[in-house]
Write a protein that binds this ligand. Structure first.
Ligand SMILES: CC(C)(COP(=O)(O)OP(=O)(O)OC[C@H]1O[C@@H](n2cnc3c(N)ncnc32)[C@H](O)[C@@H]1OP(=O)(O)O)[C@@H](O)C(=O)NCCC(=O)NCCS
Length: 146
């Protein structure tokens, strides 16, 4: 993927987030986009879902993942996580970490189904509508391709 077209990618990102209030600003998106450590995955049908992860040494951290609400429960997020796992195997990433709000039942179910396990809890990790929300830390261990 070319790293010189953050505007185009930001439009795709916004189209996926649609009415979701929790969006990154264009400036923040560009900063993430220009960071060579970040990986972007858009669903093959572009405006259905995305996953953004950052690679630090031999670990990935999922920074953001969303499916357009018109396509919930159609396997989009699962496909994106599979793509990330495939990439991890290719490039020798050993673990994938993430944080998820303890109230986000949909995402916790998704990650658990994909093989992630809860390894910790961060109290007051998120602030939403002025209120603190706890988050779980989750991880999956990756087996390298032989
Ligand atoms: C969480 C989210 C990414 C799931 O996307 P999706 O494309 O609908 O997920 P999938 O279709 O791949 O679902 C896979 C599994 O996750 C679980 N799951 C997904 N949505 C669920 C829900 N609303 N309630 C319970 N379980 C759910 C189910 O186990 C599901 O398998 P099933 O449909 O066979 O039962 C989506 O709801 C979303 O974008 N939410 C807003 C953003 C967000 O919370 N991102 C995660 C931040 S950490």
């Amino acid at each position: 993927m070319q790293k010189n077209d953050s505007e185009k990618l930001y439009k795709k990102y916004i189209a996926i987030k649609e009415n979701n209030k929790n969006k990154w600003s264009k400036e923040f998106f560009k900063k993430i986009f220009l960071d060579k450590k970040t990986f972007f995955f858009f669903h093959k049908k572009n405006s259905r879902g995305y996953l953004i992860a950052r690679k630090i040494l031999d670990e990935f951290e999922i920074l953001s993942l969303a499916t357009n609400k018109n396509y919930f429960r159609k396997g989009i997020a699962s496909e994106l996580i599979d793509l990330l796992i495939d990439e991890a195997k290719e490039i020798g990433v050993k673990k994938i970490f993430l944080e998820v709000a303890t109230l986000n039942v949909a995402a916790i179910s998704l990650y658990t189904k994909m093989g992630f396990i809860i390894i910790g809890k961060r109290n007051g990790y998120y602030i939403k509508n002025g209120k603190k929300q706890d988050a779980y830390n989750m991880v999956i261990n990756i087996n390298r391709k032989i």
